[in-house]
Design a protein around this ligand. Structure first.
Ligand code: HAS
Ligand code: CU
Length: 551
């Protein structure tokens, strides 16, 4: 880890670029959060949307704006700041490229948002064919992706400059991690770009009449699973490399952290079938293979859990703690920069366990298409990842705006984290429980013609609305803190914490930066997992489906 840059501030011009990303991300949080509240209220059966607004329209806003927009903008902003901090300021050219990426993403977002608000694209964030949206929705999403590639190019160029200036040295850990996540993103988004450009766009423009549904869903999930790790890895960047500094400890092992990131690059992508286990048209043998690969991608998360426990315990013992869990008492619970991401880590234990359940073919038959799955990703994404992003904001926003997190804001931030945990326990807990007794996901309120079974779900739906309302309060608190940190907090120096590696850790080997090797293996694994099933799909293709618009 290069120590020469540890005390420097992120270059002001790079800071502005990162902040631009954060403004869009937090506007998305406001809009998407409101949509989420409305959904839980509708599903309780006690509230109807006014002015002819449709449930699926609101659900599309929620998924697109939070799942795709908030995440992509926040992650790109954070990675730009992290690379600038640890590898030095971007060059003017790199920064310009970053701005071009930002504006393309923003134009695409506005385009997609307008089309959704006009109710021309109520197709949810997964936009499965044969549901058909207005062409501009697909164009907008394409621009978001292309913009993110250009942002990514700026990061890769900055990394290349660092490597050139520091031959033979391992790159700074945070830069390395941001680069792995960028590569993961680029390889993954090729799949969704392919289905949008070659299938959905021509079909929605009327150039072709029919679409191959299985091929488009397969391309979507080739992207859709690594997408969730693209969200997760920035949180892991914080857990591995920043939280140790915040608590006053050391990174357990630099090599272990890099190794786990490389494993994510290798195993994130050839696993999309675990979202398609219930789909006909894919040979079970290939599903089985991708389930095995899914279990392999659980390993780097278990390594992360191990490394976190080790970091916390090493720190606790250095402060004189004894016994199995004595270290818990030594952790800085009053510091929001630690406590809020910690709630995220804690949530990731049941969240990850739920993922392992989903990935098990037989258990997937029980939970697939039920609201259990919605419960799963509100723990993973909407708790573990999002609370870590909030935790980042508490030091990064003031660092970039030249302000400080005051005691009062720190306290409010901890309250925010607790409110979130309570709201999510109600909402996600009820979702998991209702899913197990068969309640479907992606569905508005219905009594299903007075069916007895459906009546059993309603109390859980009321609990979801209670949780959703508490979470909305959490969103208002977060927006209040964000606005404070961006515009009103007192001027000062807020530290950008970057952890240092424990003295007893092994030296980092250079093999981790051998991109030809890692990308080569990634491509081989993808070809192995997807080639034959794809040939099968194309050789046995049905005539395809016409488009449907139920909105
Ligand atoms: Fe998932 C569906 C399997 C992780 C998100 N997932 C989804 C969907 C989303 C999503 C959005 O196999 C729905 C997509 C849709 O709309 O249809 N998921 C997994 C597996 C994992 C997993 C195996 N998912 C995530 C993450 C997400 C995410 C991360 C977002 C960020 N998921 C599935 C499957 C489906 C699915 C199926 C399809 C279901 C269906 O039928 O449709 C694994 O990566 C999880 C591994 C995690 C662990 C936990 C490690 C714990 C750690 C914390 C340590 C804590 C400490 C603190 C140290 C093994 C690192 C403790 C301190 C103390 C004091 C105790
Ligand atoms: Cu997945």
């Amino acid at each position: 880890m290069s120590t020469n840059t540890v005390n420097t501030r992120v270059d002001r011009r790079d800071g502005k670029l990162a902040m631009a990303h954060f403004y869009v991300a937090f506007i998305a949080l406001a809009v998407g959060g409101l949509a989420g509240l409305l959904q839980t209220l509708v599903r309780s059966g006690k509230f109807e949307l006014p002015w002819g607004i449709g449930y699926y329209q609101v659900l599309t806003v929620h998924g697109v704006v939070l799942g795709l927009v908030l995440t992509t903008f926040f992650i790109m902003g954070f990675q730009l700041a992290a690379v600038s901090k640890t590898s030095g300021a971007l060059t003017d050219k790199q920064r310009l490229i970053g701005w071009i990426g930002f504006w393309l993403m923003t134009i695409g977002t506005v385009m997609a948002a307008v089309i959704i608000l006009l109710n021309k694209a109520s197709v949810l964030y997964t936009f499965y064919a044969p549901l058909q949206a207005h062409a501009l929705y697909y164009v907008g999403l394409t621009l978001v992706i292309v913009g993110s590639w250009i942002d990514g190019a700026a990061l890769i160029m900055a990394y290349a400059s660092w490597r050139k200036a520091n031959p033979g040295k391992p790159s700074p850990l945070l830069t390395f991690m941001a680069i792995v996540n960028t590569l993961l993103w680029i390889v993954a988004t090729i799949g969704v770009a392919a289905t949008v450009l070659f299938q959905l766009l021509p079909w929605s423009l009327g150039l072709v009449d029919r679409v191959d549904v299985l091929v488009s869903r397969t391309l979507f999930w080739y992207f859709g699973h690594p997408l969730v790790y693209f969200w997760l890895l920035p949180a892991y960047m914080v857990w591995y490399a920043i939280v140790p500094k915040i608590i006053g400890g050391k990174i357990f092992s630099d090599s272990l952290a890099r190794m786990s990131f490389i494993l994510f690059l290798l195993f994130s992508i050839p696993v999309g079938f675990h979202h398609q286990l219930m789909e006909p048209g894919i040979d079970p043998a290939w599903k089985f293979l991708q389930v095995i690969l899914t279990f392999l991608v659980i390993i780097p998360s278990l390594m992360t859990a191990f490394s976190l426990f080790a970091t916390f315990e090493m720190f606790g013992r250095s402060k004189g703690s004894t016994g199995l869990f004595g270290w818990v008492k030594k952790l800085p619970w009053g510091d929001a920069r630690f406590a809020v991401p910690f709630i995220g880590m804690l949530a990731f234990i049941p969240a990850g366990a739920g993922g392992v359940i989903n990935a098990s073919h037989q258990l997937n038959q029980v939970v697939h298409n039920t609201i259990w799955v919605t419960g799963h990703f509100h723990l993973t994404l909407a708790t573990s990842v999002v609370l870590t992003f909030f935790g980042i904001s508490y030091w990064l926003i003031p660092h970039l705006t030249g302000r400080v997190l005051t005691k009062a804001m720190n306290k409010l931030a901890i309250i925010q984290g607790i409110v979130w945990a309570i709201g999510m326990t109600f909402m996600s807990g009820a979702m998991h429980a209702a899913g197990l007794i068969g309640a479907p996901r992606r569905s508005s309120f219905s009594t299903y013609g007075g069916a007895e079974k459906a009546a059993e779900w309603i109390p859980y739906q009321v609990a979801q609305a209670v949780g959703g309302s508490i979470l909305f309060l959490g969103i208002i608190l977060m927006l209040y803190i964000f606005i404070n940190l961006a515009f009103f907090a007192p001027k000062g120096e807020q530290e950008f914490p970057v952890g240092e590696v424990a003295d007893e850790a092994e030296k980092t080997p250079m093999v981790f930066e051998n991109w030809k090797l890692w990308i080569g293996i990634t491509v081989l694994l993808i070809l192995f997992a997807y080639t034959i099933p794809f040939i099968d799909m194309i050789q046995n293709a049905p005539i395809g489906s016409k488009g449907y618009k139920f909105f």
